[in-house]
Design a protein around this ligand. Structure first.
Ligand SMILES: Cc1cc2nc3c(=O)[nH]c(=O)nc-3n(C[C@H](O)[C@H](O)[C@H](O)COP(=O)(O)OP(=O)(O)OC[C@H]3O[C@@H](n4cnc5c(N)ncnc54)[C@H](O)[C@@H]3O)c2cc1C
Length: 478
C-alpha cells in the first residue's frame, strides 16, 4: 500500500473555486483565495508573465538573489496551466524523449541534456526539503515496462542508451524477479527499474512556490492576463484589463499559451511552440486489500514502453493516477478548450484493469486534461528573444515539472547577467525553430500524430491491450 503517514491529507470538497474542475489536484486542494488582480499603473525591474512553475521559480530566484523588484502576473490563478494539472512526476527527461534527442543532437548534447535533467530532479527535491514545502513529495522511482514479449527489444535499446549516457542506478528486471514484485503478475515481461523519479502533488507544489516568492518580496497578481505587450520603447509596457506595468525586463513563462499572446512580441513567438493535449485521470481510492492483491507496494510510477505510452502512479491518498497518451494530440487551430475525453478515460481505465486483472472492479473518480508545449526541434526553450530585455521559457513537452524549477535559477542568472554552469548548457539561448505556417503546420501535426497512433495500435495487437485478444482469452477461460 503506497500511503505513507507523513503525507498531508487532502481536503476534498472544501473548495468553491471555479478552477476546481480543471484538475483533480485543483479540486482536491481545498479553498483558495487568489491574490488581488492588478489595478492601476505599476513599475518594476522584471515582470514575469505566467504563474506556472517556470514563472514562479524565476520570480523567486531573482528576488531572493538580488534587490530586483519583481512583479508576476497570471491570467487566471497560479497553477491554472500545465503545472496545476500534471501527473506530478519529477523526472530528468529532457524535451520530447531522450532517444530522439540523441538521434538528432548526438551523444554529447544528449548526455548534457540528461545531466541538466538529473540536476533538475535533485534541485527540485532540495527546494522542497530546504523550504519545507508540503507537496507530498517522495522519490519512489519509475519502472518502464514491456507488457508484451514483442516490446522487449525496444526496451533493451532504451536501457542501453541510458547506460551509454551514464545514467546511474538503473536495473534490468525480468522473469520471476519482476513477477514477484507484482504478486506473480506475468503481464510484466521486462522492466527498467530507474530510481531517478519523484512524485508530488503539483498544485501543492505551485502554491508552495508562490509562498516562497512572496516571502522574498515578489508581488503576485492573479486574474491579470497580459493583453498587450509593447517592447518598442525604452521601457517595456504591459497592459492588463485593469492596469499596466512599465518594466525594464520581461520573462514570458506562458508555455502552451504562448501562441495566444498579443502585440509584436506575441507575433514573434506565435510559432515557436504548439499546444498538445495531454490527459489524466484518477480512480477512487483503492482498499488495503486491493493494493495487497496486486503487490504494487513500493509506491513507484509505471510507464509502458510505447511511444504513446501508458502511465500509472499511486497518489498520496491511495488512488491510481493514469492515462494512455494515445488519447492526446494537437488541438485544431491551437484552441485551448475541449480537453475532457471521457472515452479516452474509459479505455485507459480498461487498460489499467488489463495490467492488473485483480482490479476489475475499480472505478473512475475524476478525469481532466491540459496542454503541454511542443517544440519543433524537440528541445525546451530558455532564451532571449530579440534583445536581452526579453526572456522566453517554455516547450518542455510532458516533462517540465522538474526542469521548470531549475529553469527558474538559470533564467535568473541570465537576467542578472551572470554566466554560470547553467547558462553554459548548449540549449540555453538557442534560437527557437518555428513550426510551419497554417495550413502546412496543421496538416503536418495531424499526420504526425496519426502516424504515432497507427504505430501504437499496431504494437497493441495480440497483446493484453488488444480487445479481440482479450475477448478470445476470456472465451478460452470460460
Ligand atoms: C495532463 C498533463 C500531465 C503532465 N504530467 C507531467 C509530469 O508528470 N511530469 C512532468 O515533468 N511534466 C508533466 N507535464 C508537463 C508539465 O506540466 C509542464 O511542462 C510544466 O508544468 C510547464 O510549466 P510552465 O510554468 O512552463 O507552464 P504552465 O504551468 O502552463 O504555466 C503557464 C502559465 O501562464 C499563464 N498565462 C498564459 N498566458 C498568459 C498571459 N497572457 N498573461 C498572464 N498569464 C498567462 C497560464 O494561465 C499558466 O498558468 C504534464 C502536462 C499535462 C498537461
Amino acid at each position: 500500500m503506497p500511503l505513507t503517514t507523513h503525507l498531508s491529507q487532502p481536503r476534498r470538497g472544501e473548495t468553491s473555486s471555479p478552477h476546481a474542475g480543471k484538475s483533480f489536484w485543483l479540486a482536491d486542494y481545498g479553498a483558495y483565495n487568489a491574490s488581488a488582480s492588478l489595478r492601476g499603473a505599476k513599475t518594476c525591474d522584471v515582470l514575469v508573465v505566467g504563474g506556472g512553475i517556470a514563472g514562479l521559480s524565476t520570480a523567486w530566484h531573482l528576488a531572493k538573489d538580488s534587490s530586483t523588484r519583481v512583479i508576476l502576473i497570471e491570467s487566471e490563478i497560479i497553477g491554472f496551466g500545465a503545472s496545476g494539472r500534471a501527473a506530478g512526476w519529477i523526472m530528468p527527461q529532457f524535451g520530447m524523449d531522450q532517444l530522439k534527442i540523441r538521434a538528432r543532437y548526438g551523444f554529447e548534447r544528449s548526455q548534457a541534456a540528461l545531466t541538466y535533467g538529473l540536476e533538475a530532479v535533485s534541485y527540485t527535491g532540495q527546494i522542497i526539503s530546504d523550504h519545507g514545502i508540503k507537496s507530498d513529495y517522495r522519490r519512489p522511482g519509475l519502472m518502464r515496462v514491456a507488457f508484451d514479449d514483442s516490446w522487449i527489444n525496444d526496451l533493451a535499446a532504451l536501457y542501453k542508451n541510458y547506460d551509454d549516457l551514464g545514467l546511474k542506478g538503473l536495473h534490468w528486471s525480468e522473469g520471476q524477479e519482476l513477477h514477484q514484485q507484482y504478486n506473480g503478475n506475468t503481464n510484466f515481461k521486462a522492466a527498467i527499474v530507474d530510481p531517478n523519479l519523484g512524485l508530488l502533488n503539483p498544485c501543492k507544489q505551485v502554491r508552495g512556490l508562490k509562498a516562497l516568492a512572496e516571502s522574498v518580496g515578489v508581488s503576485i497578481f492573479e486574474n491579470s492576463p497580459a493583453v498587450h505587450i509593447d517592447h518598442s520603447g525604452g521601457h517595456i509596457s504591459v497592459a492588463t484589463p485593469a492596469g499596466c506595468v512599465a518594466t525594464e525586463k520581461i520573462v514570458l513563462a506562458t508555455n502552451a499559451f504562448t501562441h495566444l499572446l498579443q502585440g509584436p512580441l506575441g507575433a514573434e513567438l506565435k510559432r515557436v511552440q504548439a499546444p498538445v493535449r495531454a490527459l489524466a485521470a484518477v480512480t477512487e481510492p483503492l482498499s488495503q486489500n486491493q493494493w495487497q492483491s496486486i503487490g504494487w507496494n513500493r509506491g513507484n510510477a509505471i510507464e509502458s514502453s510505447l511511444d504513446l505510452f501508458h502511465y500509472l502512479s499511486p497518489t498520496a491518498d491511495g488512488r491510481i493516477l493514469f492515462f494512455f497518451i494515445y488519447f492526446g494530440g494537437h488541438p485544431k487551430h491551437g484552441s485551448m478548450d475541449g480537453i475532457h475525453n471521457y472515452r479516452g478515460s474509459q479505455v485507459s481505465l480498461d487498460h489499467v484493469k488489463r495490467i492488473f486483472p485483480a482490479l476489475a472492479g475499480i472505478r473512475l473518480a475524476e478525469h481532466w486534461g491540459g496542454h503541454m508545449s511542443a517544440t519543433r526541434d524537440l528541445v525546451p526553450h530558455l532564451t532571449h528573444i530579440g534583445d536581452e530585455r526579453v526572456i522566453y521559457i517554455g516547450g518542455c513537452w510532458g516533462h517540465g515539472l522538474a526542469l521548470s524549477h531549475l529553469h527558474g535559477k538559470t533564467a535568473a542568472h541570465l537576467l542578472l547577467g551572470k554566466q554560470s554552469s547553467l547558462t553554459d548548457f548548449w540549449f540555453i539561448n538557442r534560437k527557437p525553430v518555428k513550426w510551419p505556417r497554417y495550413p502546412i503546420d496543421a496538416i503536418g501535426k495531424q499526420l504526425a500524430w496519426a502516424h504515432l497512433r497507427r504505430q501504437t495500435s499496431a504494437r497493441l495487437k495480440k497483446t493484453i491491450f488488444d480487445s479481440r485478444s482479450a475477448m478470445e482469452a476470456q472465451k478460452t477461460h470460460a
